[in-house]
Design a protein around this ligand. Sequence first.
Ligand SMILES: [Zn+2]
Length: 118
Amino acid sequence: MDTHIYKTKLEEEIKILIAELSSMGKNIDPEADGWEAVPEKMDEMEADENDLADRFEDYEKNSEEVRELDARLREVHNALKKIEAGTYGTCEVCHARIEEDRLLANPAARTCKEHMHG
Ligand SMILES: [Zn+2]
């Protein structure tokens, strides 16, 4: 299987994910892709209660997004490891070859179309 095109796509996606993550959080555990949202700096002397509540909401939203991006980053790294190991493009459930159009849509796909849900 020619994995070159998928490898390029995965590496591109890592760059985008890291750029997005860097804008909202910081990497607290680089070995394990451990990203965490960073709260906005706030001047508590000046911020009133509503302000603080708003910022806390923003932080919650960022945390959620960082968790999702972080999970995706792990998937992408996992797929790259499979390319290196020579096991890329195989369904983790039935071990059949994953459809090419599915891999093009999601190069980090772990399963074939039949097993993509659950
Ligand atoms: Zn399958």
